[in-house]
Design a binder for this molecule. Structure first.
Ligand SMILES: [Cu+2]
Ligand SMILES: [Zn+2]
Length: 188
């Protein structure tokens, strides 16, 4: 009985193998080498820090010109709020200080998202309206998703105050009102 079921299994596996080889097209010379799928999309769900009500979602989509960042937040005080990728994907501290400073793999000064030399994580400000919501759409020409200078695995942080885009190394944006780790998302 054992032998019989083993041979049935073997036959079934053989059948699958034949099927698979029949269905897979022969590789063309221009086909990319097989390997891990390229990451094309990432996401951070940002959660309130202690005493805050700020929450939202930030998407990162690889596009021909770089990475398109699309944020949707709520629970903010009206006005500008510093908005950065921070070094550590660690939002465990109640005030999110565990996320460290701005993500800065190239050792640049703090700056505006449009500055040539700036922290990779410098995304400037999100502007909240009187109802506390804010959206941001920004295509970052130098942002990477994965790799050693990619944003995946780091943290998206929203601040209490505006980033003045010049004070070193923080932009003087005050405390952290929301934090979320940036993770790999399914491609569109
Ligand atoms: Cu920050
Ligand atoms: Zn910075």
């Amino acid at each position: 009985m054992k032998l019989a079921s083993a041979s049935v299994l073997a036959t079934a596996l053989l059948g699958l193998g034949v099927l698979a080889s029949a269905q897979s097209p022969s590789p063309s010379p221009t086909a990319p080498a097989a390997g891990p799928k390229k990451v094309t999309r990432a996401v951070a769900v940002v959660k309130p820090t202690q005493g805050s009500n700020v929450e939202g979602t930030v998407w990162f989509n690889a596009v021909p010109g770089g990475v398109a960042v699309k944020a949707s937040l709520k629970g903010l005080a009206a006005g500008n709020h510093g908005f950065h990728v921070h070094e550590f994907g660690d939002c465990t501290a109640p005030d999110a200080t565990s996320a460290g400073g701005h993500f800065n793999p190239k050792g640049n000064p703090h700056g505006a998202p449009t500055d040539a030399a700036r922290h990779a994580g410098d995304l400037g400000n999100v502007q909240a309206s009187s109802d506390g919501t804010a959206t941001l759409e920004w295509t970052d020409s130098s942002m990477k998703l994965d790799g050693s200078d990619g944003v995946i695995g780091h943290a998206m942080v929203v601040h209490a105050n505006p980033d003045d885009l010049k004070t070193q190394p923080t932009g003087n944006a005050g405390g952290r009102v929301a934090c979320g780790v940036i993770g790999v998302a399914k491609g569109e």
